[in-house]
Each structure stands twice: as structure tokens, then as C-alpha cells.
Ligand binder design. Structure first.
Ligand code: FES
Length: 164
């Protein structure tokens, strides 16, 4: 797990507290609370988890356990261009796994990780509703259909060039 230290601004702490409060600070709402906070901040670093634990009156270890158990929670910030590979059935059948492997190889990171330059991160999604275009990859807000492993290098290059 990462050791990145995150400085939480007071406004962030207030926002987290407000989200907890909107669920009546109920410990049974932990997953929903974390979901909402990740939707707001993008990820759930240890410092955020500590505030949630305090507010919902649950052990920090429990919050950590939930965050690490569910793959849709992340403790690391996403890349500037998050790469999401659909691994729903249609995409899987048409080779999403090979596409995912190629992204991992080209970017030299695993699912849930971010490249050292902060440009790309990889995550997997369930069916994004574009099965006719399987296998589907989303980078930022752009969707790529019928992606083959041979296209991965070009897709990444497109964003690297944008940054130059
Ligand atoms: S399974 Fe990938 S879009 Fe439906």
C-alpha cells in the first residue's frame, strides 16, 4: 500500500463530516459514505479514512478493510487520464483481458495503480453499455471501441503527445 501523505484541508474535513452526517453518522452506512466521499475526492487516502472512522465511530482498521476489499475503492489518486477497461461479459469474450494485459505492460503499472508521472491509472469496469463495440476502453471521457492489443501503444501515445 502507498505511504503517500495527504494534507487534508479544513474544508475537506468539513466536507467529509457533512457527508457522514448526511447518513446520520451510522456505521451501517460505511460503504455508502465511502462511495460518496470517493465520488467527491476521487480517492480515499488513509487521512480521509481516519476522519470517517471517527465520525462513524468505527475502528480505522474496519474502514481500511472495506476500502481494500472492494476494488472500486482506491487509496491512490487517479491519473490525469484514467484508463478504464471494460471487463463485462461481452468485452471479456472479445479479448478484454489481452487488452488489459497490454495496458499494464505498456504503462508498467497494475490495476488500481497510477504511473509515476501521474498521467495514467488503470481500472476495470463492468459493462458500460456499449457491448456492440466490445472490447471497450475509456480514457478520460473518450470511449474506444473494438480495441485490440496492437492499438494500445497508439492510444497512450495520443495522450502523451497532448501533454507535450
Ligand atoms: S461488456 Fe463491455 S460494454 Fe458491455
Amino acid at each position: 500500500m502507498s505511504n503517500i501523505k495527504v494534507e487534508l484541508k479544513k474544508s475537506h474535513v468539513d466536507k467529509i463530516k457533512a457527508i457522514c452526517k448526511s447518513f446520520d453518522n451510522r456505521s451501517g452506512e460505511l460503504i455508502n459514505v465511502l462511495h460518496k466521499i470517493q465520488g467527491t475526492f476521487g480517492y480515499l487516502p488513509a487521512e480521509v479514512q481516519e476522519v470517517v472512522a471517527r465520525e462513524l465511530n468505527v475502528p480505522v482498521a474496519k474502514v481500511y478493510g472495506v476500502v481494500t476489499f472492494y476494488s472500486f475503492f482506491s487509496m491512490l489518486p487517479k491519473g490525469k487520464y484514467p484508463v478504464s477497461i471494460c471487463t463485462g461479459t461481452a468485452c471479456y469474450v472479445r479479448g478484454a483481458e489481452n487488452v488489459l494485459e497490454e495496458f499494464k505492460k505498456v504503462l508498467d503499472i497494475d490495476v488500481g495503480e497510477t504511473t509515476a508521472d501521474g498521467m495514467f491509472s488503470i481500472s476495470c469496469l463492468r459493462c458500460v453499455g456499449a457491448c456492440g463495440l466490445a472490447p471497450v476502453v475509456i480514457v478520460g471521457d473518450k470511449t474506444y471501441g473494438r480495441v485490440a492489443p496492437e492499438m494500445v501503444q497508439d492510444i497512450i501515445q495520443e495522450y502523451r503527445e497532448k501533454e507535450e
